[in-house]
Design a protein around this ligand. Sequence first.
Ligand SMILES: Cc1cc2nc3c(=O)[nH]c(=O)nc-3n(C[C@H](O)[C@H](O)[C@H](O)COP(=O)(O)OP(=O)(O)OC[C@H]3O[C@@H](n4cnc5c(N)ncnc54)[C@H](O)[C@@H]3O)c2cc1C
Length: 456
Amino acid sequence: MDYDVIIVGAGPGGIFSAYELVTKKPGIRVAVFETGNPLDKRKCPIDGKKITRCINCPTCAIMNGFGGAGAFSDGKYNITNDFGGTLYEYIGREKAIELMKYVDDINMRYGGEGTKLYSTAGSEFKKLCMQNGLQLLEASVRHLGTDINYVVLENIYNELKGSVDFFFRTPVEHIERMEGGLKIDYKGGSATAEKCIVSVGRSGSKWMESVCSELGINTHSNRVDLGVRVEIPAAIFSHITEKLYESKIVYRTKKFEDQVRTFCMNPNGIVVNENTNGIVTVNGHSFEDPSKKTDNTNFALLVSKHFSEPFKDSNGYGESIARLSNMLGGGVIVQRFGDLERGRRSTVKRIEENTLRPTLSATPGDLSLVLPKRILDGIIEMIYALDKIAPGTANDDTLLYGVEVKFYNMEVELNEKLETVVPGLYIIGDGSGVTHSLSHASASGVFVADEILSIE
Ligand SMILES: Cc1cc2nc3c(=O)[nH]c(=O)nc-3n(C[C@H](O)[C@H](O)[C@H](O)COP(=O)(O)OP(=O)(O)OC[C@H]3O[C@@H](n4cnc5c(N)ncnc54)[C@H](O)[C@@H]3O)c2cc1C
Protein backbone atom coordinates (compact mmCIF):
# COMPACT_ATOMS: atom_id res chain seq x y z
CA MET A 1 0.00 0.00 0.00
CA ASP A 2 1.21 3.52 -0.79
CA TYR A 3 -0.37 4.95 2.36
CA ASP A 4 -2.00 3.87 5.59
CA VAL A 5 -4.79 6.38 5.10
CA ILE A 6 -5.88 8.40 2.07
CA ILE A 7 -8.11 11.39 2.71
CA VAL A 8 -10.16 12.85 -0.12
CA GLY A 9 -10.94 16.54 0.45
CA ALA A 10 -9.09 19.11 2.56
CA GLY A 11 -12.09 20.80 4.18
CA PRO A 12 -12.52 20.82 7.95
CA GLY A 13 -13.46 17.11 7.99
CA GLY A 14 -10.37 16.05 6.05
CA ILE A 15 -8.04 18.45 7.87
CA PHE A 16 -9.09 17.28 11.32
CA SER A 17 -8.79 13.62 10.28
CA ALA A 18 -5.26 14.27 9.05
CA TYR A 19 -4.39 16.29 12.16
CA GLU A 20 -5.64 13.60 14.51
CA LEU A 21 -3.90 10.78 12.64
CA VAL A 22 -0.46 12.36 12.50
CA THR A 23 -0.49 13.88 15.98
CA LYS A 24 -1.74 10.72 17.68
CA LYS A 25 0.44 8.38 15.62
CA PRO A 26 3.58 10.09 14.34
CA GLY A 27 5.00 8.26 11.34
CA ILE A 28 1.61 7.14 9.98
CA ARG A 29 1.54 7.54 6.19
CA VAL A 30 -1.27 9.91 5.25
CA ALA A 31 -2.08 11.52 1.89
CA VAL A 32 -4.67 14.21 1.24
CA PHE A 33 -6.06 14.70 -2.27
CA GLU A 34 -7.77 18.01 -2.92
CA THR A 35 -9.44 19.46 -6.03
CA GLY A 36 -8.58 23.05 -5.12
CA ASN A 37 -5.47 25.01 -4.26
CA PRO A 38 -3.40 25.46 -1.11
CA LEU A 39 -4.76 28.20 1.11
CA ASP A 40 -2.41 30.96 -0.09
CA LYS A 41 -3.33 30.28 -3.74
CA ARG A 42 -7.09 30.44 -3.22
CA LYS A 43 -8.18 33.69 -4.81
CA CYS A 44 -11.66 34.53 -6.06
CA PRO A 45 -11.30 36.75 -9.18
CA ILE A 46 -14.15 39.07 -8.09
CA ASP A 47 -12.33 42.29 -7.19
CA GLY A 48 -15.33 44.62 -7.22
CA LYS A 49 -13.76 46.69 -10.05
CA LYS A 50 -12.88 44.74 -13.20
CA ILE A 51 -14.76 41.62 -12.16
CA THR A 52 -17.88 42.29 -10.14
CA ARG A 53 -19.76 39.04 -10.61
CA CYS A 54 -19.07 35.35 -10.46
CA ILE A 55 -17.46 34.15 -13.71
CA ASN A 56 -17.92 30.45 -12.95
CA CYS A 57 -14.26 29.42 -12.64
CA PRO A 58 -13.73 25.70 -13.34
CA THR A 59 -12.69 25.27 -9.68
CA CYS A 60 -14.30 27.76 -7.31
CA ALA A 61 -11.71 29.32 -4.99
CA ILE A 62 -14.36 29.99 -2.36
CA MET A 63 -15.56 26.39 -2.12
CA ASN A 64 -12.46 24.36 -2.97
CA GLY A 65 -8.95 24.13 -1.62
CA PHE A 66 -7.27 23.77 1.77
CA GLY A 67 -9.90 24.72 4.34
CA GLY A 68 -12.76 23.65 2.04
CA ALA A 69 -15.97 25.65 1.99
CA GLY A 70 -15.14 26.87 5.48
CA ALA A 71 -11.92 28.69 4.58
CA PHE A 72 -13.44 32.08 3.86
CA SER A 73 -16.48 31.48 6.00
CA ASP A 74 -17.30 33.47 9.05
CA GLY A 75 -15.67 30.77 11.15
CA LYS A 76 -18.56 30.22 13.51
CA TYR A 77 -18.05 26.96 15.34
CA ASN A 78 -21.39 26.06 16.96
CA ILE A 79 -20.93 23.62 19.81
CA THR A 80 -24.36 22.03 19.94
CA ASN A 81 -26.41 19.00 18.93
CA ASP A 82 -29.43 21.23 18.21
CA PHE A 83 -28.28 22.14 14.70
CA GLY A 84 -25.36 21.75 12.33
CA GLY A 85 -25.84 18.06 11.71
CA THR A 86 -26.91 14.75 13.16
CA LEU A 87 -23.51 13.38 14.15
CA TYR A 88 -24.94 12.59 17.60
CA GLU A 89 -27.27 10.02 16.05
CA TYR A 90 -24.23 7.95 15.14
CA ILE A 91 -21.77 8.58 17.96
CA GLY A 92 -23.96 9.78 20.85
CA ARG A 93 -24.71 13.26 22.17
CA GLU A 94 -21.95 13.39 24.78
CA LYS A 95 -19.24 12.17 22.42
CA ALA A 96 -20.32 14.65 19.76
CA ILE A 97 -20.08 17.59 22.17
CA GLU A 98 -16.78 16.31 23.56
CA LEU A 99 -15.28 16.20 20.06
CA MET A 100 -16.61 19.66 19.15
CA LYS A 101 -14.92 21.03 22.28
CA TYR A 102 -11.74 19.14 21.38
CA VAL A 103 -11.77 20.82 17.95
CA ASP A 104 -12.33 24.17 19.63
CA ASP A 105 -9.26 23.59 21.84
CA ILE A 106 -7.15 22.86 18.76
CA ASN A 107 -8.42 25.98 17.01
CA MET A 108 -7.51 28.00 20.10
CA ARG A 109 -3.98 26.58 20.11
CA TYR A 110 -3.45 27.38 16.44
CA GLY A 111 -4.32 31.07 16.53
CA GLY A 112 -7.91 31.33 17.76
CA GLU A 113 -7.01 32.24 21.32
CA GLY A 114 -8.76 35.40 22.47
CA THR A 115 -11.79 34.99 20.20
CA LYS A 116 -15.18 35.11 21.83
CA LEU A 117 -17.31 32.15 22.91
CA TYR A 118 -20.97 33.15 23.08
CA SER A 119 -23.74 31.12 24.71
CA THR A 120 -27.52 31.18 24.52
CA ALA A 121 -27.82 29.36 27.88
CA GLY A 122 -29.86 31.28 30.43
CA SER A 123 -30.23 34.34 28.24
CA GLU A 124 -33.17 36.65 28.90
CA PHE A 125 -33.56 36.80 25.18
CA LYS A 126 -34.88 33.23 25.18
CA LYS A 127 -37.92 34.40 27.12
CA LEU A 128 -38.52 37.31 24.77
CA CYS A 129 -38.50 34.88 21.84
CA MET A 130 -40.97 32.55 23.55
CA GLN A 131 -43.31 35.44 24.31
CA ASN A 132 -43.44 36.22 20.59
CA GLY A 133 -43.93 32.75 19.16
CA LEU A 134 -40.25 32.27 18.36
CA GLN A 135 -37.89 29.59 19.63
CA LEU A 136 -34.23 30.26 20.36
CA LEU A 137 -32.04 27.16 19.92
CA GLU A 138 -29.34 26.34 22.48
CA ALA A 139 -25.66 26.61 21.53
CA SER A 140 -22.23 27.81 22.44
CA VAL A 141 -20.80 29.71 19.50
CA ARG A 142 -17.10 30.29 18.95
CA HIS A 143 -16.76 33.12 16.49
CA LEU A 144 -13.33 33.06 14.86
CA GLY A 145 -14.27 35.49 12.09
CA THR A 146 -13.09 35.10 8.50
CA ASP A 147 -9.67 36.58 9.25
CA ILE A 148 -8.75 34.53 12.35
CA ASN A 149 -10.24 31.42 10.74
CA TYR A 150 -7.70 31.93 7.95
CA VAL A 151 -4.83 32.27 10.42
CA VAL A 152 -5.87 29.06 12.21
CA LEU A 153 -5.98 27.17 8.91
CA GLU A 154 -2.60 28.56 7.89
CA ASN A 155 -1.05 27.44 11.18
CA ILE A 156 -2.59 23.98 10.99
CA TYR A 157 -1.36 23.60 7.41
CA ASN A 158 2.17 24.57 8.44
CA GLU A 159 2.00 21.95 11.18
CA LEU A 160 0.73 19.22 8.84
CA LYS A 161 2.74 19.80 5.68
CA GLY A 162 5.86 18.02 7.04
CA SER A 163 4.01 14.83 7.94
CA VAL A 164 1.19 14.61 5.36
CA ASP A 165 1.52 14.30 1.57
CA PHE A 166 -0.78 16.94 0.09
CA PHE A 167 -1.87 16.64 -3.54
CA PHE A 168 -3.56 19.91 -4.54
CA ARG A 169 -5.38 20.47 -7.84
CA THR A 170 -5.88 16.70 -7.85
CA PRO A 171 -9.54 15.71 -7.90
CA VAL A 172 -10.08 12.05 -7.19
CA GLU A 173 -12.03 10.45 -10.02
CA HIS A 174 -12.75 6.93 -8.79
CA ILE A 175 -12.53 4.81 -5.69
CA GLU A 176 -12.19 1.07 -6.09
CA ARG A 177 -12.17 -1.82 -3.65
CA MET A 178 -9.02 -3.93 -3.69
CA GLU A 179 -7.58 -6.73 -1.61
CA GLY A 180 -6.84 -5.32 1.87
CA GLY A 181 -7.75 -1.74 1.07
CA LEU A 182 -8.81 0.81 -1.50
CA LYS A 183 -7.43 2.36 -4.65
CA ILE A 184 -8.11 5.88 -5.76
CA ASP A 185 -7.66 7.14 -9.31
CA TYR A 186 -6.91 10.69 -10.31
CA LYS A 187 -5.88 12.26 -13.59
CA GLY A 188 -2.51 10.76 -14.44
CA GLY A 189 -2.19 8.38 -11.54
CA SER A 190 -3.51 6.28 -8.72
CA ALA A 191 -2.72 5.54 -5.08
CA THR A 192 -3.59 2.81 -2.62
CA ALA A 193 -4.24 2.71 1.11
CA GLU A 194 -5.69 0.44 3.76
CA LYS A 195 -8.27 3.03 4.70
CA CYS A 196 -9.87 5.89 2.89
CA ILE A 197 -11.70 8.84 4.44
CA VAL A 198 -13.88 10.80 2.04
CA SER A 199 -14.74 14.34 3.10
CA VAL A 200 -15.73 16.12 -0.10
CA GLY A 201 -18.33 18.52 1.29
CA ARG A 202 -21.16 20.07 -0.59
CA SER A 203 -19.11 20.84 -3.69
CA GLY A 204 -18.30 17.14 -4.01
CA SER A 205 -21.90 15.99 -3.61
CA LYS A 206 -22.46 15.02 -7.25
CA TRP A 207 -19.21 13.08 -7.34
CA MET A 208 -20.11 11.45 -4.02
CA GLU A 209 -23.34 10.22 -5.56
CA SER A 210 -21.47 8.54 -8.39
CA VAL A 211 -19.00 6.91 -5.97
CA CYS A 212 -21.88 5.53 -3.90
CA SER A 213 -23.65 4.18 -6.93
CA GLU A 214 -20.44 2.55 -8.28
CA LEU A 215 -19.68 0.92 -4.92
CA GLY A 216 -23.26 -0.10 -4.08
CA ILE A 217 -23.61 2.24 -1.09
CA ASN A 218 -27.21 3.24 -0.37
CA THR A 219 -28.15 6.93 -0.20
CA HIS A 220 -31.27 8.95 0.66
CA SER A 221 -32.13 12.52 -0.22
CA ASN A 222 -35.25 14.48 0.59
CA ARG A 223 -34.48 17.95 1.97
CA VAL A 224 -33.55 21.39 0.73
CA ASP A 225 -33.76 24.76 2.52
CA LEU A 226 -34.77 27.80 0.48
CA GLY A 227 -35.06 31.44 1.33
CA VAL A 228 -33.45 34.85 1.30
CA ARG A 229 -30.66 36.75 3.00
CA VAL A 230 -31.95 39.65 5.02
CA GLU A 231 -29.83 42.78 5.46
CA ILE A 232 -30.70 45.39 8.07
CA PRO A 233 -28.92 48.20 9.89
CA ALA A 234 -26.73 46.51 12.53
CA ALA A 235 -28.33 48.66 15.25
CA ILE A 236 -31.69 46.88 14.82
CA PHE A 237 -30.28 43.53 15.92
CA SER A 238 -27.44 44.81 18.11
CA HIS A 239 -29.19 43.97 21.42
CA ILE A 240 -29.21 40.34 20.22
CA THR A 241 -25.91 40.06 18.36
CA GLU A 242 -23.86 41.78 21.08
CA LYS A 243 -24.97 39.16 23.60
CA LEU A 244 -25.34 36.04 21.46
CA TYR A 245 -23.52 36.88 18.22
CA GLU A 246 -25.27 34.11 16.31
CA SER A 247 -28.83 33.32 17.28
CA LYS A 248 -30.69 30.44 15.69
CA ILE A 249 -34.35 31.34 15.93
CA VAL A 250 -37.14 29.12 14.67
CA TYR A 251 -40.67 30.19 13.78
CA ARG A 252 -43.66 28.03 12.86
CA THR A 253 -45.80 29.82 10.32
CA LYS A 254 -49.48 30.33 11.08
CA LYS A 255 -50.57 29.78 7.51
CA PHE A 256 -48.89 26.50 6.62
CA GLU A 257 -47.22 25.48 9.91
CA ASP A 258 -43.90 25.42 8.03
CA GLN A 259 -40.67 25.99 9.92
CA VAL A 260 -38.73 29.12 9.08
CA ARG A 261 -35.37 29.69 10.77
CA THR A 262 -32.63 32.22 10.93
CA PHE A 263 -29.32 30.95 9.66
CA CYS A 264 -25.74 32.24 9.49
CA MET A 265 -26.00 35.62 11.19
CA ASN A 266 -23.27 38.11 10.36
CA PRO A 267 -23.26 41.15 12.63
CA ASN A 268 -21.62 44.14 10.93
CA GLY A 269 -20.87 41.86 8.00
CA ILE A 270 -21.24 41.71 4.25
CA VAL A 271 -23.47 39.79 1.87
CA VAL A 272 -21.56 37.68 -0.66
CA ASN A 273 -22.15 35.58 -3.76
CA GLU A 274 -21.73 31.85 -3.53
CA ASN A 275 -21.24 29.53 -6.45
CA THR A 276 -22.45 25.96 -6.16
CA ASN A 277 -22.01 23.86 -9.28
CA GLY A 278 -22.27 26.96 -11.48
CA ILE A 279 -25.34 28.42 -9.80
CA VAL A 280 -24.95 31.76 -8.05
CA THR A 281 -26.66 32.01 -4.70
CA VAL A 282 -26.17 34.30 -1.72
CA ASN A 283 -24.38 33.95 1.61
CA GLY A 284 -22.81 36.20 4.26
CA HIS A 285 -19.49 36.95 5.97
CA SER A 286 -18.31 39.01 8.89
CA PHE A 287 -14.92 39.92 10.26
CA GLU A 288 -13.28 40.20 13.67
CA ASP A 289 -11.06 43.02 12.40
CA PRO A 290 -12.84 46.29 13.38
CA SER A 291 -11.61 48.01 10.20
CA LYS A 292 -13.56 45.52 8.07
CA LYS A 293 -16.83 45.83 9.92
CA THR A 294 -19.81 47.41 8.15
CA ASP A 295 -22.88 49.17 9.57
CA ASN A 296 -25.14 46.30 8.43
CA THR A 297 -26.07 42.91 9.81
CA ASN A 298 -27.23 40.06 7.61
CA PHE A 299 -28.76 36.65 8.19
CA ALA A 300 -30.63 34.08 6.14
CA LEU A 301 -34.28 33.15 6.59
CA LEU A 302 -34.77 29.63 5.34
CA VAL A 303 -37.77 27.38 4.92
CA SER A 304 -37.09 23.65 4.99
CA LYS A 305 -38.71 21.68 2.24
CA HIS A 306 -38.98 17.94 2.80
CA PHE A 307 -40.19 15.86 -0.10
CA SER A 308 -41.88 12.52 0.04
CA GLU A 309 -41.98 9.66 -2.49
CA PRO A 310 -41.73 9.49 -5.43
CA PHE A 311 -39.76 12.76 -5.72
CA LYS A 312 -36.11 12.26 -4.82
CA ASP A 313 -34.19 15.19 -6.28
CA SER A 314 -34.58 17.81 -3.54
CA ASN A 315 -31.32 19.51 -4.53
CA GLY A 316 -32.46 19.64 -8.14
CA TYR A 317 -35.56 21.47 -6.97
CA GLY A 318 -33.43 24.02 -5.06
CA GLU A 319 -31.10 24.42 -8.02
CA SER A 320 -34.00 25.10 -10.39
CA ILE A 321 -35.24 27.92 -8.17
CA ALA A 322 -31.76 29.39 -7.85
CA ARG A 323 -31.40 29.15 -11.64
CA LEU A 324 -34.60 31.13 -12.00
CA SER A 325 -33.11 34.00 -10.01
CA ASN A 326 -29.91 33.74 -12.08
CA MET A 327 -32.03 33.83 -15.24
CA LEU A 328 -33.96 36.92 -14.18
CA GLY A 329 -31.17 38.79 -12.44
CA GLY A 330 -28.00 37.41 -14.04
CA GLY A 331 -27.08 36.34 -10.52
CA VAL A 332 -28.44 37.32 -7.15
CA ILE A 333 -31.56 39.54 -6.97
CA VAL A 334 -32.02 42.23 -4.32
CA GLN A 335 -35.40 43.64 -3.29
CA ARG A 336 -36.54 46.13 -0.65
CA PHE A 337 -39.00 44.57 1.80
CA GLY A 338 -41.32 47.54 1.14
CA ASP A 339 -41.32 46.78 -2.59
CA LEU A 340 -42.02 43.10 -1.99
CA GLU A 341 -44.95 43.98 0.27
CA ARG A 342 -46.31 46.41 -2.35
CA GLY A 343 -46.08 43.75 -5.06
CA ARG A 344 -43.57 45.65 -7.18
CA ARG A 345 -40.00 45.04 -8.21
CA SER A 346 -37.10 47.01 -6.83
CA THR A 347 -35.32 49.14 -9.38
CA VAL A 348 -31.84 50.64 -9.47
CA LYS A 349 -33.41 54.00 -8.50
CA ARG A 350 -35.32 52.54 -5.54
CA ILE A 351 -32.22 50.77 -4.26
CA GLU A 352 -30.19 53.99 -4.69
CA GLU A 353 -32.79 55.91 -2.70
CA ASN A 354 -32.92 53.25 0.02
CA THR A 355 -31.66 54.43 3.40
CA LEU A 356 -29.82 51.13 3.88
CA ARG A 357 -26.83 50.71 1.55
CA PRO A 358 -26.49 47.16 0.19
CA THR A 359 -23.12 45.47 0.85
CA LEU A 360 -23.45 43.26 -2.25
CA SER A 361 -23.91 44.56 -5.75
CA ALA A 362 -26.93 42.52 -6.89
CA THR A 363 -29.60 43.06 -9.53
CA PRO A 364 -32.71 44.88 -8.25
CA GLY A 365 -35.73 42.73 -9.02
CA ASP A 366 -38.76 40.89 -7.72
CA LEU A 367 -38.30 37.85 -5.53
CA SER A 368 -41.97 36.93 -5.80
CA LEU A 369 -41.23 35.85 -9.39
CA VAL A 370 -38.61 33.45 -8.12
CA LEU A 371 -39.62 31.94 -4.79
CA PRO A 372 -42.70 29.71 -4.48
CA LYS A 373 -45.58 31.51 -2.74
CA ARG A 374 -45.62 29.19 0.24
CA ILE A 375 -41.95 29.86 0.95
CA LEU A 376 -42.23 33.59 0.42
CA ASP A 377 -45.33 33.81 2.65
CA GLY A 378 -43.42 32.01 5.40
CA ILE A 379 -40.49 34.41 5.11
CA ILE A 380 -42.75 37.47 5.24
CA GLU A 381 -44.54 36.07 8.32
CA MET A 382 -41.23 35.50 10.05
CA ILE A 383 -39.97 39.01 9.25
CA TYR A 384 -43.02 40.38 11.07
CA ALA A 385 -42.43 37.94 13.98
CA LEU A 386 -38.80 39.10 14.24
CA ASP A 387 -39.99 42.70 14.12
CA LYS A 388 -41.57 42.11 17.55
CA ILE A 389 -38.25 41.21 19.17
CA ALA A 390 -36.13 43.52 17.00
CA PRO A 391 -38.34 46.43 15.91
CA GLY A 392 -37.32 47.72 12.51
CA THR A 393 -36.74 44.28 10.96
CA ALA A 394 -39.93 44.76 8.90
CA ASN A 395 -39.01 48.27 7.74
CA ASP A 396 -39.58 49.08 4.07
CA ASP A 397 -35.83 49.61 3.60
CA THR A 398 -34.84 46.13 4.81
CA LEU A 399 -33.09 44.39 1.94
CA LEU A 400 -33.77 40.83 0.84
CA TYR A 401 -31.30 39.02 -1.41
CA GLY A 402 -32.29 35.87 -3.20
CA VAL A 403 -32.04 33.21 -3.38
CA GLU A 404 -30.26 31.56 -0.55
CA VAL A 405 -30.31 27.81 -0.85
CA LYS A 406 -28.97 25.34 1.62
CA PHE A 407 -28.41 22.15 -0.24
CA TYR A 408 -28.27 19.01 1.81
CA ASN A 409 -26.11 16.25 0.55
CA MET A 410 -27.84 12.98 0.21
CA GLU A 411 -27.44 10.91 3.33
CA VAL A 412 -25.03 8.09 2.83
CA GLU A 413 -25.79 4.83 4.60
CA LEU A 414 -23.14 4.50 7.32
CA ASN A 415 -22.67 2.45 10.46
CA GLU A 416 -22.03 3.93 13.91
CA LYS A 417 -18.34 4.26 13.00
CA LEU A 418 -19.21 6.32 9.91
CA GLU A 419 -17.96 3.44 7.78
CA THR A 420 -19.75 2.37 4.60
CA VAL A 421 -20.58 -1.18 3.54
CA VAL A 422 -17.19 -1.10 1.81
CA PRO A 423 -14.72 -2.09 4.55
CA GLY A 424 -12.20 0.66 5.28
CA LEU A 425 -14.14 3.36 3.42
CA TYR A 426 -15.37 6.12 5.73
CA ILE A 427 -17.50 9.06 4.63
CA ILE A 428 -17.57 12.11 6.86
CA GLY A 429 -18.38 15.82 6.93
CA ASP A 430 -21.02 17.49 4.79
CA GLY A 431 -20.45 15.02 1.94
CA SER A 432 -21.93 12.25 4.08
CA GLY A 433 -25.13 14.17 4.75
CA VAL A 434 -24.45 13.66 8.47
CA THR A 435 -23.03 17.15 9.09
CA HIS A 436 -23.80 20.65 7.83
CA SER A 437 -21.32 22.76 9.76
CA LEU A 438 -17.70 23.44 10.58
CA SER A 439 -17.86 22.01 14.10
CA HIS A 440 -19.75 18.84 13.20
CA ALA A 441 -17.65 18.20 10.08
CA SER A 442 -14.41 18.70 12.05
CA ALA A 443 -15.65 16.50 14.90
CA SER A 444 -16.56 13.74 12.43
CA GLY A 445 -12.97 13.92 11.11
CA VAL A 446 -11.48 13.45 14.58
CA PHE A 447 -13.94 10.65 15.34
CA VAL A 448 -13.07 8.59 12.27
CA ALA A 449 -9.33 9.11 12.72
CA ASP A 450 -9.61 7.82 16.30
CA GLU A 451 -11.66 4.85 15.06
CA ILE A 452 -8.96 3.99 12.52
CA LEU A 453 -6.20 4.34 15.10
CA SER A 454 -8.11 2.14 17.54
CA ILE A 455 -8.20 -0.69 14.97
CA GLU A 456 -4.49 -0.53 14.13
C1 LIG B 1 -19.64 31.14 2.55
C2 LIG B 1 -19.82 30.05 3.57
C3 LIG B 1 -19.90 30.37 4.91
C4 LIG B 1 -20.07 29.38 5.87
N1 LIG B 1 -20.07 29.72 7.18
C5 LIG B 1 -20.14 28.78 8.13
C6 LIG B 1 -20.04 29.10 9.50
O1 LIG B 1 -19.81 30.25 9.87
N2 LIG B 1 -20.19 28.10 10.42
C7 LIG B 1 -20.40 26.81 10.04
O2 LIG B 1 -20.53 25.95 10.93
N3 LIG B 1 -20.44 26.46 8.74
C8 LIG B 1 -20.31 27.40 7.78
N4 LIG B 1 -20.35 27.06 6.46
C9 LIG B 1 -20.46 25.63 6.13
C10 LIG B 1 -19.10 24.95 6.34
O3 LIG B 1 -18.14 25.63 5.58
C11 LIG B 1 -19.19 23.49 5.96
O4 LIG B 1 -20.18 22.88 6.75
C12 LIG B 1 -17.86 22.77 6.17
O5 LIG B 1 -16.83 23.41 5.47
C13 LIG B 1 -17.96 21.31 5.76
O6 LIG B 1 -16.71 20.73 5.85
P1 LIG B 1 -16.34 19.44 4.95
O7 LIG B 1 -14.93 19.09 5.27
O8 LIG B 1 -17.37 18.42 5.13
O9 LIG B 1 -16.48 19.92 3.44
P2 LIG B 1 -15.88 21.17 2.64
O10 LIG B 1 -15.46 22.24 3.55
O11 LIG B 1 -16.84 21.48 1.58
O12 LIG B 1 -14.56 20.59 1.99
C14 LIG B 1 -14.60 19.60 1.01
C15 LIG B 1 -13.32 19.67 0.17
O13 LIG B 1 -13.29 18.52 -0.67
C16 LIG B 1 -12.78 18.90 -1.94
N5 LIG B 1 -13.26 17.93 -2.94
C17 LIG B 1 -14.52 17.79 -3.42
N6 LIG B 1 -14.56 16.76 -4.30
C18 LIG B 1 -13.30 16.27 -4.38
C19 LIG B 1 -12.70 15.19 -5.12
N7 LIG B 1 -13.41 14.43 -5.97
N8 LIG B 1 -11.37 14.99 -4.97
C20 LIG B 1 -10.63 15.75 -4.12
N9 LIG B 1 -11.15 16.78 -3.41
C21 LIG B 1 -12.47 17.01 -3.52
C22 LIG B 1 -13.31 20.30 -2.16
O14 LIG B 1 -12.51 20.99 -3.07
C23 LIG B 1 -13.29 20.90 -0.75
O15 LIG B 1 -12.11 21.63 -0.52
C24 LIG B 1 -20.17 28.02 5.48
C25 LIG B 1 -20.11 27.69 4.11
C26 LIG B 1 -19.93 28.68 3.17
C27 LIG B 1 -19.84 28.30 1.72
